[in-house]
Ligand binder design. Structure first.
Ligand SMILES: [Zn+2]
Ligand SMILES: [Zn+2]
Length: 250
């Protein structure tokens, strides 16, 4: 019987409720969550030890806890609840701890990908990872535009190393795939801008710092042969060419 993937709507063969690509994604997300939760646990524990040595519990009295670490414990508890509900839909009713659940995940995967609400849980995994990651990774992440959401047309931003993003419209975005698509589109695309406008565009879209003067010089010296002057100081830039130029300058 034909059915559609609950996540991406592509055909999924019975008894799966997710297509092959999304099943693989599900496995990857479970693994990512496992790594995240171990780090989150370390964050939560460090705070307990610092604020209430030996008590083995929540800090009391005047020792105001750093909010981020209590937050980490809450997040850990909430995530465990979610995982238990998720497993529950495959018939596991005993509500094991998250460590046990996620250790068991590879074996449980076929059941999870046949569950009646697998699409819901896939989205939940993405959301959960995205909520945890700022707590375990304090480095500021600079996200850059990687393309446009195929569903709603919003610009999608991603940082280096991120494989999946959730668009504001709720669609999960495969970062690698969208990057490749955008690159293909960019090859055929041109943009009409002044050198100053192009300098700003490169900074905002790709994070490259190329001055207006560097672009003007390159145009004058014929280093951007696919770019054509238009009128009033504007140029028609080949995106592929100008991005390659910016990369070479970076
Ligand atoms: Zn799918
Ligand atoms: Zn969207």
């Amino acid at each position: 019987m034909d059915r559609n993937c609950q996540n991406c709507d592509k055909p999924a063969e019975a008894p799966w409720t997710l297509c092959k690509t999304c099943r693989r994604e599900y496995a990857r997300l479970l693994h990512r969550l496992r790594v995240n939760l171990h780090l989150l646990q370390a964050v939560a524990r460090r705070e307990y030890r610092l604020s209430e040595p030996g008590a083995g519990g929540r800090p009391q009295g005047g020792d105001a806890p750093a909010p981020i670490n209590l937050h980490a414990q809450d997040m850990l508890d909430q995530t465990e609840d979610g995982l238990q509900d998720m497993w529950n839909e495959t018939g596991v009713e005993s509500r094991p701890r998250w460590q046990t659940l996620l250790r068991d995940a590879p074996r449980r995967l076929p059941d999870l990908c046949r569950a009646s609400r697998s699409g819901h849980w896939l989205t939940w995994l993405i959301h959960t990872c995205e909520r945890i990651e700022p707590l375990i990774d304090r480095r500021p992440r600079s996200r850059r535009i990687i393309g446009v959401c195929p569903e709603c047309g919003r610009e999608v931003l991603a940082a280096k190393g991120e494989t999946l993003r959730l668009c504001k419209c709720g669609i999960p975005i495969n970062v690698q795939q969208l990057r490749e698509q955008s690159r293909d589109n960019a090859e055929a695309m041109h943009l009409t801008k002044t050198p100053a406008g192009m300098s700003q565009w490169l900074r905002e879209n790709y994070g490259y710092e190329v001055s207006r003067k560097a672009i003007t010089d390159a145009l004058r010296r014929g280093k951007l042969p696919s770019s054509k002057p238009v009128e009033g100081g504007y140029w028609e830039f080949s995106i592929r060419e100008i991005v390659a130029f910016a990369m070479s300058k970076a």
